[in-house]
Ligand binder design. Sequence first.
Ligand code: SF4
Length: 415
Amino acid sequence: MKDKILVHICCAPDAIYFLKRLREDFPEAEIIGYFYDPNIHPYEEYKLRYIETERTCRELGIKLIEGEYDVENWLERVKGYEEEPERGKRCEICFDYRLERSAKVAKELGCNYLTTTLLMSPKKSIPQLKRAGERATNGTGITFLALDYRKGGGTQEMFKLSKERDIYQQDYCGCIYGLFKQKEIPIPWDLVSVKGRAPGSKEERIFFKEARILAESLGFPVKEYEFPFLSWKLLEGKIEVDKEVIPSFVVPYSQSIRGVAKGRVERVVGDTLFLNKQNVKIILSEDFKAFPLERITGLSNPTFVVPKQFKEKLLNGKVVATLRTEFLPEKSEVMLIGREDGKKYLGIPADTLQDLRGISLKRLESILKEKEREIKEGELTVVLLGAESYGRVGSNFVRDHLGRDVDKFIDWQSL
Ligand code: SF4
């Protein structure tokens, strides 16, 4: 009888080398991937890891099954072990949880072997995983394969393969408890979904990975370049005049206001009004949605943009400004679709503005199809630009890192 192996998969970086080696060692076997990781938090991180696993399995021609994201049950099971260190009791329960379900699925599929890509992870204990695998398969007739593919340069090879394919590399194990412990600082923004695709957010990262799958399915070469930048997050911001909220948006990289700034306009310079409290700046704009991103120059006073029609109201009324923001080092990227030496670069922002304007996958697909001939002949390269809404960080990176200017640009106005 032909061997049938179910491989529990935790993430694409751990899977890429593991699956290749498994296929070499079991050339006749049917190999099936099973992504079952309800431990991963938040959901966007789970989705990102799944998308990358799907891409990896597709490349290797391995069938992939997605398990249930039953995070509530997982949280219930590890209750009481929140403070445990990595490799401790909580991890043991976590392995049991994932491998028990995997063994069940293996049985249903008629597999005679079960294994897990967790064995590849340098931070995991192989004996601990072996024990969990054997407990899970005990009495099922399935053999757990505790394969050590890390040795003999396996770990280095895994990182190399992952880097070559621009596979998303997470920086924490997966669960909410590991996240706090491994990063050693509370980062609430990692734990919540943001609206749209803020620069450096998981949502932006997911969009890049979905765009990659789309572009590759259309037969285009794709290359991603990651870059670090100082990310800015708007937590809360509003302007009230005589107790009435007026439309406004906050200029990225504005500093927070301590408490609230209650004051009056004390100075007018051109179209800019200055409050007499906390250096608050209010820029008047005819079309405040068209505020030029080039004007964002990094860390600034608390700065709002409001429609010009509110000028008189602002000059004569009592103004209350509220602003809470947060700065964090983050990563974003640019993605080249087509040849790197394409004659022209067509830039498209990958992130979205505060009002959620941005390109959709559908629109990207129609652009790629429309430009297919030019892209394939090297006349044009489509460049998706991350963190573009923060003073054009993405296109500045293209200029600095690739020595190329974006020749044409599709901006938020036309998306
Ligand atoms: S640190 Fe990793 S292995 Fe341990 S409980 Fe969290 S997700 Fe599971």
